[in-house]
Ligand binder design. Structure first.
Ligand code: C2G
Length: 450
């Protein structure tokens, strides 16, 4: 009996896949089909897969061509499978020519002609084609535009900016560059809001009222009243409003949160996060100060994320200590916030005028999780115990600092089969912290050395 094996993702199974499976089957008497696991696809850069592993397996099963279906979970598994199942022929489409020649050592390798004119990527693109516009001035625009190229089914068609600051690199591929927000809204299905935080509310509101989906850099608004109103409009119109904290979408970070929640370090008693980045701010230049994100708005949402995800948002006490200038905008160089919960404590330290170690430490009754600096874009963390030989290290690929997954997730939410990694409750709580800060509740101002 000749045994044949082939592998693939088989997302949105199409004619090209079926032709390949038919010809693979005809090469022998018994066909094994390896369907890629979601994690494996992610590590090889396929982040756009629409269907779950179970749906993809079911689609392959329904072709009736596979005698056996297995799951491909890791790099190098093909060698293991060929030995394990006594495979005679490995086959795959001609788009892989040469890539699997190393398997010749274990069995015969046959590349079959790929069917022209059809691919899962094209189907995904046709299905989703979403026109996105960007409003704002931040340097993150470059990264966002760059990452969007890896996501099927969207195109960034315009940028609305007050000072047309976007880099030549970014503007090169964008057809509409304008300072007229209404014009931008006319041409898009969704907007990414990355303007100054004081403008988020009005930009988001206008977009929602025009029926456009919104992905907004956090904080979505500077008060709970405003954020409640925005989420209410989004819900009543059945459109997406997503709080964009990219760290929430990075694989290492989201896996770390799941591990912490599953009791790996016992009860969580303290969460301490630090985010700083030094930047030159000229306090005499009021025009540029007005446009600068303060430390609390630039870093606060990211720093608050693990606290609210792990300890929830129902703290009993919150205190602020801040080193702020005497300028009109009270720009904060450094802010520390401490939280008390009935069973835990937490703190954040954020600063653009003070530098510190940007680490995240989650302390529990059995051990602690350590995420090294810069923890908000890490691919690595450790769980540490009293006995160091019990320590565990975890590595995950970091694609586009989380932005790529954030865009994919935004698309899925719009299509009604996804969820935001930053919940509405969390987003509103961030707005509440911003409001408390601005109202100077429980607030101590640090004096600057003279
Ligand atoms: N295919 C084809 N014609 C198409 C599209 C795909 O013959 N128009 C083939 C591919 O060459 C592959 C199989 O169908 O052999 C499955 O394709 P994908 O789902 O795109 O999987 P792929 O990323 O090619 O994974 O370990 C994974 C495998 O190496 C291949």
């Amino acid at each position: 009996m000749t045994k044949v094996i082939t592998y693939g993702t088989y997302d949105l199974l199409h004619y090209g896949h079926i032709k390949l499976l038919e010809r693979a089957k005809a090469l022998g008497d018994y066909l094994i089909v390896g369907v890629t696991a979601d994690d494996f696809d992610r590590t090889r850069g396929k982040i756009n897969v629409q269907q779950t592993l179970m749906e993809r397996i079911e689609a392959v099963r329904q072709t009736g061509l596979a005698d056996e279906i297995i799951v491909e979970e890791y790099e190098g598994q093909k060698i293991d499978d060929i030995k394990k199942y006594g495979i005679d022929i490995f086959t795959v489409g001609s788009d892989w020519i040469g890539k699997f020649d190393y398997l010749n050592e274990f069995c015969k390798v046959t590349y079959l002609d790929r069917t022209q004119g059809i691919s899962s990527s094209e189907i995904r693109t046709q299905k989703n084609a979403l026109r996105i516009g960007i409003v704002g001035e931040s340097s993150i625009i470059d990264k966002f535009v760059n990452e969007s190229q890896y996501v099927n089914g969207i195109s960034i068609i315009g940028i609305c900016s007050e000072n047309k600051q976007c880099s030549p690199q970014t503007s090169k591929n964008i057809s509409l560059l304008t300072d007229d927000y209404n014009l931008l809204l006319d041409y898009v299905d969704a907007v990414y809001v990355v303007s100054h935080p004081s403008k988020h509310y009005s930009h988001v509101k206008k977009a929602l009222e025009a029926g456009k989906h919104v992905l907004c850099e956090s904080p979505v608004a500077m008060s709970t009243k405003e954020s409640d109103e925005l989420y209410h409009i989004a819900k009543s119109k059945g459109i997406a409003l997503v709080d964009a904290i990219k760290t929430a979408y990075s694989t290492a970070y989201s896996r770390m949160i799941l591990l912490a929640k599953s009791g790996k370090i016992g009860d969580i008693v303290s969460v301490d996060s630090v985010c700083t980045s030094l930047r030159n701010v000229d306090y005499n230049d009021t025009e540029s100060l007005e446009k600068t994100w303060s430390s609390i708005t630039a870093w606060g949402p990211t720093a608050l994320l693990p606290i609210f995800q792990l300890l929830d948002v129902k703290y009993s006490d919150i205190r602020f200590v801040s080193r702020i200038g005497n300028d009109k905008y009270a720009y904060d160089e450094f802010t520390k916030i401490t939280f008390e919960y009935p069973n835990a404590v937490a703190s954040i330290k954020v600063g653009q005028g003070v530098k510190s170690e940007g680490e995240l430490i989650i302390s529990g009754t059995n051990g602690y999780i350590y995420v090294p600096a810069p923890w908000w874009k890490t691919d690595y963390f450790e769980i540490r115990y009293e006995n160091p030989s019990d320590n565990k290290r975890y590595f995950f690929q970091l694609d586009g600092e989380g932005i790529r997954n954030e865009i994919v997730s935004f698309l899925r939410i719009i299509e009604n089969h996804g969820y935001s990694y930053v919940s509405e409750k969390l987003s509103r709580s961030i707005s509440f912290v911003m409001e408390s800060y601005l109202n100077r509740n429980n607030f101590v101002k640090l004096h600057q050395a003279t």
